[in-house]
Design a protein around this ligand. Structure first.
Ligand SMILES: Nc1ncnc2c1ncn2[C@@H]1O[C@H](COP(=O)(O)OP(=O)(O)OP(=O)(O)O)[C@@H](O)[C@H]1O
Ligand SMILES: [Mg+2]
Length: 200
């Protein structure tokens, strides 16, 4: 994906990205101070927000191949299982119950499969929103601070899942994180943002 001359005025921030190449098949880390425009950039990429000018060339990806997890995940008023299968149902993708159960077991959510998603703890919500995002094997995954409430063991597990998916699916990841020290080991590329600009 290549971003060229992208501009968006949002509140007091002027987002301006003259040239950013997100190479496919790699894991990209994105960090920067609160309010510098990271979430805005992800929303522009996925199309929730429209730019004032500039282009985002998906370089062959279809918009439906891209998924984003929110900093404040919205879950459906339904069970954990229903939340996970929803992206498959709306895309008409066959439900692979073996894969779902395997992911639920690995991430410790299996005992909560039929539980109301609204009753989950904060870390459990993050795990569920992550699984819901990756269940249909998207080509590009935008992660907005979604793994920040995980215990160290779970964090390591999710890093492993991301690496596996990159290797197996050749998927592209753009991961916003304030915990670069912990996540750095899996990043192929890192991008630093400040006041609406990518500075390095
Ligand atoms: N709808 C809006 N109206 C006005 N200002 C907005 C709007 N959305 C975002 N902003 C402002 O734009 C700036 C960038 O917001 P953004 O959410 O992209 O920051 P961020 O880098 O994701 O920060 P954080 O690390 O806190 O998540 C912030 O100053 C925010 O207050
Ligand atoms: Mg944000």
């Amino acid at each position: 994906m290549r971003i060229t001359e992208l501009r968006k005025k949002i509140g007091r921030t002027d987002l301006y990205i003259p040239d950013l190449h997100i190479e496919h098949g790699k894991i990209h880390g994105l960090t920067g101070p609160n309010g510098c425009g990271k979430t805005t950039l992800l929303k522009l990429i996925i199309g929730i927000t429209q730019p004032d000018s500039g282009t985002i060339d998906l370089e062959g990806l279809r918009p439906t191949d891209i998924t984003m997890t929110s900093q404040r995940p919205y879950l459906m008023h339904a069970s954990v299982y229903d939340n996970i299968v929803y992206p498959l149902k709306i895309r008409g993708v066959k439900i692979d119950t073996g894969e779902i159960d395997s992911l639920l077991t690995r991430t410790g959510l299996m005992p909560l499969k039929q539980q109301y998603a609204g009753s989950l703890s904060s870390g459990e919500r993050q795990k569920l929103s992550f699984l819901r995002a990756i269940i249909f094997h998207p080509s590009m995954i935008l992660i907005d601070e979604t793994l920040s409430n995980l215990d160290p063991e779970s964090e390591a597990l999710f890093r492993d899942i991301i690496l596996e998916r990159r290797d197996q699916d050749g998927s592209t990841w753009l991961i916003v994180s304030h915990q670069f020290d912990k996540m750095n080991s899996i990043f192929d590329e890192t991008h630093y943002m400040e006041k609406g600009r990518i500075i390095r």
